[in-house]
Write a protein that binds this ligand. Structure first.
Ligand code: BV8
Ligand code: ZN
Length: 259
């Protein structure tokens, strides 16, 4: 299905010189990475992602939480970027070659934007590969996990210990109740403050403070385009809504922009 982009939006894409893309889990859905809203399966059914993505859960059950992240990391490493990621990368390259820029601000902890060839300005919620010591913060580089294609995480394994201080290693992600990296938030706020077009792609707009970033664009009176198959908490902020999967909509947007 080649997606039709309304003329008004195609014109915005063509004219934009300073684009910001705010992406959420939905942009990786077509690569096969489950979004946060999708239910967990099997023995993990009793936990919601929300319950596991917290410092309390890690303190209470470090092996369970650590294993869940290692399984998610293995899954992410096993799937390719999809046409939506590739379209953003193409658009970014085209703009930087013509005196413009496209900056990516993502809530996602996967590296699919990067593997599609795009530069990412900010990972607001950290990265699945950025393991560090839970006490002294020393970065830890772990061997990539094995992905034997199982539908659910393996039996919980104890996290490795920090070589410096012996404390447990934790995932380099921002858990619920934890502050977002200040430099990431500042970079995102600055970018949206300078943009002439903001795309909000594949996010339910339920997690703060990331969800409040598009409000900056609204206050500045610059156009906000939502790309999502469903209505979200941010739909009311958008000037234009493209109701469809990002893997189909974004290539059509990039096509219009690069025409
Ligand atoms: C903080 C990393 C200060 C971990 C994540 C009450 C009101 C307001 C706020 C709060 C509140 N109570 C608590 C809070 C604060 C809390 C929060 O916002 N809670 C929400 C749930 C109410 N926020 C925090 O705790 C943040 N920190 O506020 O610090 C502070 C400090 C101390 C005490 C209090 C406050 C930290 C938030 C970061 C949490 N970490 N990720 C990990 O990944 O394991 S968030 C995680 O969930 C993801 O990163 C992502 O951001 C979020 C999921 O959201 P989405 O990305 O939108 O994904 P989702 O599954 O929800 O939706 C998918 C979308 O894709 C859908 O719209 C779907 O339609 C669409 N889609 C599907 N297919 C496609 C598609 N779109 C396009 N194409 C497709 N094919
Ligand atoms: Zn340490």
């Amino acid at each position: 299905m080649d997606t039709e982009i309304p003329d008004g939006v195609a014109e915005l894409a063509r004219r934009a010189r300073d684009v910001v893309v705010l992406s959420g889990a939905g942009i990786s859905a077509e690569s096969g990475v489950p979004t946060f809203r999708e239910v967990q399966t099997g023995l993990w059914e009793r936990f919601s992602a929300q319950d596991l993505a917290t410092p309390e859960a890690y303190r209470r059950e470090p092996a369970l939480v650590f294993t869940w992240y290692r399984w998610r990391e293995a899954l992410i490493r096993a799937v390719p970027p999809n046409p939506g990621h590739l379209a953003i990368a193409r658009w970014q390259h085209r703009l930087s070659g013509h005196g413009g820029r496209l900056r990516v601000v993502t809530q996602n902890i996967d590296d699919l934007h990067e593997r599609a060839g795009a530069e990412v300005l900010a990972h607001l919620h950290g990265s699945i590969t950025g393991y560090r010591c839970s006490a002294c913060g020393r970065p830890a580089s772990l061997e990539p996990p094995v992905h034997d294609g199982v539908e659910q995480p393996p039996a919980p394994e104890e996290p490795p210990r920090c070589q410096q201080c012996g404390s447990r290693i934790r995932p380099g992600v921002v858990w619920f109740g934890e502050m977002l990296p200040e430099e990431s938030v500042d970079a995102a706020v600055t970018a949206i403050g300078e943009a002439d077009l903001v795309l909000v792609v594949g996010t339910s707009g339920m997690v703060h403070p990331a969800a409040s970033l598009p409000v900056i664009a609204l206050e500045r009176g610059i156009p906000v385009v939502e790309v999502n198959p469903e209505e979200t908490e941010l739909t009311h902020l958008a000037d234009h809504v493209l109701r469809g999967p990002s893997g189909e909509v974004l290539p059509a947007m990039a096509e219009a922009a690069c025409a």
